[in-house]
Structure formats: C-alpha cells, structure tokens
Ligand binder design. Sequence first.
Ligand SMILES: *[C@@H]1O[C@H](CO)[C@@H](O)[C@H](O)[C@H]1NC(C)=O
Ligand SMILES: *[C@@H]1O[C@H](CO)[C@@H](O)[C@H](O)[C@H]1NC(C)=O
Length: 426
Amino acid sequence: MELLTKTLFLCLALALTNGGPVPPHDAAVEAAALPDKCAGIEFDAVTPDEKGNTLFFKGSHLWMGYHGEAQLSSELFKELDDHVDAAFRMHSIGNSDNHNHIYFFLDDKVFRYSNHTLQDGYPKEIQEDFPGVPSHVDSAVECPRGECMVDSVLFFKGNDVHVFDITTKTVKTKTWSNLPVCTSTLRWLEHYYCFHGHNFTRFNPTSGEVTGVYPKDIRRYFMKCPDFGHGSSYSVPKCSDVKLDAITTDDTGKSYLFTGHIYMRLDTRQDGLHAFPITRGWKEMIKGVDAVFSYGDNMYLIKDDQVYIYKTAAHYTLIEGYPKTLKEELGIEGHVDAAFVCPGEHTVHLIQGQTMSYVDLSATPRAVSQNLPLPFSIDAALCNAAGIKVFQGSQYYFYLTPMLLAMSRMAPQPLPVTNALLGCQD
Ligand SMILES: *[C@@H]1O[C@H](CO)[C@@H](O)[C@H](O)[C@H]1NC(C)=O
Ligand SMILES: *[C@@H]1O[C@H](CO)[C@@H](O)[C@H](O)[C@H]1NC(C)=O
C-alpha cells in the first residue's frame, strides 16, 4: 500500500474507533493508571537492552523503545518490583563469557541480568562489584576504551562523576558542574546523553564538556509523542528506492552507507538502524558526498572536485589542510561516482562513468597508474575479503576481484538490495 493510503486508512480507523463503542470500564481505569511518557516525566534510568531496544524506567514501570505503552518492570525483570536508581548495559567490554549484562542499581544494591534472568549471587552490595562507587547513585553508563581512556563505567551522583576502571577496579572522581544533575544517562550510537527533567544534554564522556545547543526535549528526539515533531526524523530509506552515493567499511570494522544528506551505520544493529544527517558525523560535508573510501586510519570523502580526509577515531575529525582538490590529492579530475580500497591493499579504485582508474595511495605524488573500461556505470562499491559488491540503484552485483569487474563483458545476475545487507526497509 502507498504510504499516503496507509495514513488515510489509519486516520479512518482511528476516527471509527473514537466514535465506536466505549471500552469496558476496567480496561479504561487500568489504562488511565499507566504513566504517560509524553507528559514530561523525569526518567529514573535509561539503558539499552541486549537487543538494542532502549528501556526507559520510571517508578515501577518501563517503556521499551520509542513508542508503546508502559508496562511493569517486573514483567521483564521479575525481581525489579520497585523503582531503579540507575541502569546500564555492559555490552562491548569486560565480558569474558561474551554475554551482555544489564546492571540495575537500587539504593545500595546492584542487580545483574543476562537474558532477563537475574544472575546467581545477585542482588549484592554495589561495592562488591564496584568498589569505591557510592550507594544511591543517580545514573550510570558504560564507556568503552576509545571513547573513554580505558574501559569504564561512569556513575553520576549529584555533580560528581565516579569513573570506574573495569580492569583495575579503581575509581577516579571528577566534578562536572557545567552539567545538570543527570537522573539517567545513556550511551547511544557512541554518543553520551544526560537526561534531566524532560530534557537531555549530550556530553563528552571524558571531559563532561557540552558542545551544541542543549538542553533539548526528550520527547522530540527519544520518544514518539503527539504534538512533538520528531527532531531527528530522517527516515530509513526503502530498499526498493535506495540509491547509494557511497558505502565504506573502515579498518576498525565501522561500516557506513551514504545517500543524499543522510548516512546510516551498518555494523551497530544492536542499537537499531537509524538514519542521520551526514553533518552529524562529518561536520564539513554539508552538500553530501559523491564517493567515499577508507584507507588506514583515514576516511576519504569526495564531493565535486574536493577531497576531505578525516581521521578515524571515536569521532571523525577533518585533517588540517583539507579539503584539497582531486587533482592535488589523487591526480585525477572530473566527477567521481564510486571509490573503494580492498582490505590490506594500497590501491584506490576510482570509478568515473564507465572507467575505473587505479591510484597507488602509497606513492607520492599520486597518479593514475591504469585505466580500465567498465561494463556499466555504478553508484557505489564496497570491497571486503569475500569480493566486491557493486551497487546500481536498488540492485547490486557481486565480483570476486576488481579485475573481474573490469574484464567481464556481461553483467552477472543482479541481486536485490535487502534489509539484511543495507538496513533499508524491505
Ligand atoms: C533466553 O531465555 C529464553 C527463555 O527464558 C530461552 O529460550 C533462550 O534460549 C535464552 N537465550 C539465550 C541466548 O540464552
Ligand atoms: C528544558 O529545556 C528548555 C530549553 O530548551 C528550558 O527552557 C526548560 O526550562 C527545560 N526544562 C526543564 C524541566 O529542565
């Protein structure tokens, strides 16, 4: 069904329901008793679960994800029949058994769950697991190495933050008076959010610094609430409509696609799939990108005749002196449609119309060493250990090597772009 038809259908259904029979009395009373997440409440704790749903806690209730009704926390975590002070998911760090754990803090106790089952020996005193961390914390959030100096958990209490080093089990306490008191904190897609009242403030997890315009209203960004437009409403494209501008995977395994003014991260499905404006990750790319490739610690973004090189770290920073022209940086001119480097190699393949040029990135100055004709023009290409995926609209072709791509006179069977491949909507 077309979206418009669907929307009309939904409106009609709602109109009919509103004028329809009154629900039985008990159900109405029960529904009224559930807290309303859109009423501007202050959450006690916010954490992702093992599957990447964000859980919001208030009193004895929780919400799973950005829409839907409140439910009793004890329906999902049997022993949590009271409020919680704080919660975090230990996801990427400190897990010898490779399981995600969710930790909950209540007064002076800590509860640890795995797959919604309370682990043996819990609840226990907070200090048994986290020596040096005070009781009655306001909030907690994990912070892996790379984003923090070492694998850490940040515990907030008032304006103090107790930084717990997971490996040495030691605590350093800092005071971040510039931040409001965070009643809950969340790490989401490598960014850190302090929730206070019905607002949130994004902060730097090592310095507490805030850059950008904050606070912002939680209901506009983390909830679906009537009367609150979704501030980050960049919709995930439909697979049948996808037209990539670029796709790349960097040396650390971070994988991105770019289309129009948005990008999507493909390797963090446990946090759900989301579209963001490209400028959120690469501030200077206000006009989108034509082609992107990764080489060593750097990501090269090409737009028109300019090359922007970003240093890959927890976040991307433009290297001083850039952008430079294509001619200056790569020794070519004209519009670039796609670019890729295969793992462990030093050659970038630059595709312009039906020509593929090879440029050795380890040579100075850089120049085209070879030009090969291509059987067709392409939008974007990605090379990994298995081979090369070449994207053309909502289809892609698979080749084992760049040479086979250039040499085959007939295109292989096109394959449809799917949700599993690109995270688009099937
Ligand atoms: C999680 O628990 C459910 C039922 O309680 C079980 O069916 C499932 O296999 C468990 N999953 C893991 C990964 O242990
Ligand atoms: C939320 O933030 C707005 C500014 O964006 C501010 O005016 C308001 O007082 C804040 N409200 C609370 C409850 O923190």
